[in-house]
Design a protein around this ligand. Structure first.
Ligand code: SAH
Length: 259
C-alpha cells in the first residue's frame, strides 16, 4: 500500500490527520482514493499512521487516525558515499538504495566521474533527487526518509577521518582475488556493537583514480570485492548496499540478547 507524506508532525494525542498539496492530489487523481478508504501516511518524524478518509477537497484529504506506529531507530545506518553518475544511473542508485535501506546518500565528485555538476544547479538537482527518494520510500513502505547531502569532492570529504564504525570501498581491482580478507563477512563478524554506522564508498563509471585509492587507504577505508566481474557503478552500488545490509544485520542480530 503506498504511503503519503504529511507536512507536519502528528502529536501523540492527535486523532485526526490532514494531507495537503501534491501528495493529496496524487492520492485523489492518480490512485483514486475516496471517502471511506483507508490510507497510510508518514509524518516528518517518521511516525506512520493508518487513517480513514472522511473528507476530500481540491488537493486535500482529511480524516481520523485509526492507528499509529512510532519511528523505530534502525540499529544499522548505511551512509552511501556514491560517486555521481549520469542522470538515469544516479537516480537508479537513489531509488534502489532507498528500497534496500540506505540512511544517507553522500554524492561524491570523483576524478573519473562521467558528468560534472555546476554548483548553481545543486538546489534544483537536490529537489529532484528528494522526489526520487520519496517515491521509493512510499513504494517500499519504509519508516524513514533517507538524507540526501550536497555533492562534495572526494578529497574534501577525506580531508579528515570519517565518523562511523566501519568504512569500506568497493574496488574492482580486487576481483578474482581469493583472499578472504577482501570479503565482507569477516568485516562484521568481530564487531561487538549494538548498533552500527557503515560508510560505503562506490566509484564512478571510470572507477576510482590511483590518487583516490591512495587517499581512501590512508583514511583506513577498507577495500572489498564484489565478485569476479566488473559491475557497472549503479549495479555495484545496489549489490554492495544489499550485501552490507545483509552481513551487518546478521552480525547485529547474532549479538542481540534475542539472537
Ligand atoms: N575501472 C573500471 C570500472 C569501474 S566500475 C573502468 O575503468 O571502467 C565502477 C565502480 O563500481 C568501481 O569504482 C567500484 O567501486 C565498483 N565495482 C564494480 N565492480 C566491482 C567489483 N567486482 N568489486 C568491487 N567493486 C566493484
Amino acid at each position: 500500500m503506498p504511503q503519503f507524506r504529511l507536512d507536519k508532525e502528528i502529536p501523540p494525542q492527535e486523532n485526526r490527520f490532514t494531507l495537503l498539496g501534491p501528495e493529496a492530489g496524487h492520492a485523489l487523481r492518480v490512485l483514486r482514493y475516496k471517502v471511506g478508504d483507508k490510507i497510510l501516511c508518514l509524518d516528518p518524524a517518521g511516525t506512520r499512521i493508518e487513517g480513514i478518509i472522511e473528507k476530500i477537497g481540491e488537493d486535500l484529504i482529511a480524516g481520523s487516525i485509526l492507528n499509529r506506529r512510532p519511528f523505530k531507530e534502525s540499529s544499522l545506518k548505511i551512509n552511501l558515499y556514491a560517486s555521481i553518475l549520469k542522470t538515469q544511473a544516479w537516480e537508479e542508485v537513489l531509488e534502489k538504495g532507498t528500497e534496500i535501506g540506505v540512511a544517507a546518500f553522500m554524492p561524491v565528485l570523483s576524478d573519473y566521474s562521467a558528468i560534472t555538476l555546476k554548483k548553481e544547479d545543486y538546489p534544483r538537482k537536490i529537489e529532484r533527487w528528494k522526489k526520487v527518494i520519496l517515491s521509493a520510500v512510499k513504494q517500499s513502505e519504509r519508516d524513514s526518509i533517507p538524507e540526501i547531502n550536497c555533492p562534495r569532492p572526494l578529497n574534501e570529504i577525506l580531508g579528515h577521518d570519517l565518523a562511523g564504525d566501519v568504512s569500506l570501498f568497493a574496488w574492482e581491482k580486487l576481483r578474482g582475488n581469493q583472499d578472504q580478507d577482501f570479503d565482507l563477512e569477516p568485516v562484521f563478524k568481530n564487531l561487538n556493537l549494538q548498533s552500527l554506522a557503515v560508510n560505503l564508498w562506490i566509484g564512478p563509471e571510470g572507477g576510482f583514480s590511483e590518487k583516490e585509492v591512495e587517499l581512501l587507504l590512508k583514511r583506513k577505508v577498507k577495500p572489498f570485492s564484489l565478485g569476479d566481474h566488473v559491475l557497472r557503478a549503479e549495479t555495484a552500488a545496489v549489490v554492495a548496499c544489499a550485501q552490507v545490509e545483509y552481513q551487518a544485520k546478521r552480525a547485529l542480530l547474532l549479538k542481540s540478547p534475542l539472537g
